[in-house]
Design a binder for this molecule. Sequence first.
Ligand code: APR
Length: 237
Amino acid sequence: MRVTVLSGAGISAESGVPTFRDSKNGLWSRFDPYQLSSIDGWLQNPERVWGWYLWRHHLLTQVEPNEGHRAIAAWQDHAEVCVITQNVDDLHERAGSRPVHHLHGSLFEFRCARCGLPYTGELPEIVEATTDMEPPRCRCGGLIRPDIVWFGEPLPEEPWQRAVEATEAADVMVVVGTSAIVYPAAGLPELALSRGISVVEVNPEQTPLSASATVSIREPASRALPGLLHRLTALLN
Ligand code: APR
């Protein structure tokens, strides 16, 4: 059975990684996405953006994959699994999932904003979110930036192509931990449904996908995912 997973920030919530739109401690309730996650914000104040992403990078080095990540990795023993994630953390990889396609980039990849050369230099540990810091410079003189897709920027071509292929080839798509409102990623479950592919949503909250999903499981990832493949196999065979 071919299972394609689309994950969002919610799958990492139980690892202690803040989501974006959670009303209580979501990142966008505490910080301005325009200032910190847009090319304009970067051009206006690269020090503030660089310090904020180094803080998020520091947070990610302090957390572990949870039962949800581990369940998806374990599915690989029983099915052909392809993980597409909107997340910039490496928790799917650390749980053992392969391949993982990052539609919005990764907080473990950095590159020159001018020439695109990857940056592999040392990164200072920033423990405060509001620490402005001068980004390092590339040998071409450009500033080093996170290799993350900011609002208004195009998605990287290769992960997007893999994501569309994996969606169209799936026997079932599991959509976990996403508010399903940011396109083009949010269009993938719609593509699956348009091809007659079952879409199973896992989210403790209702989302715009919930009504059209084949099944919408109103549970957190660490509870719903461990037994899900077994249930899906019984349902689909
Ligand atoms: N298990 C499953 N889902 C959860 C859990 C959990 N334990 N906890 C929270 N959620 C759900 C929330 O109900 C919400 O629907 O995860 C979702 C998180 O939504 P967002 O914070 O909007 O994150 P995401 O959907 O990944 O955002 C998409 O927006 O800001 C951009 O680039 C950023 O990749 C991000 C994109």
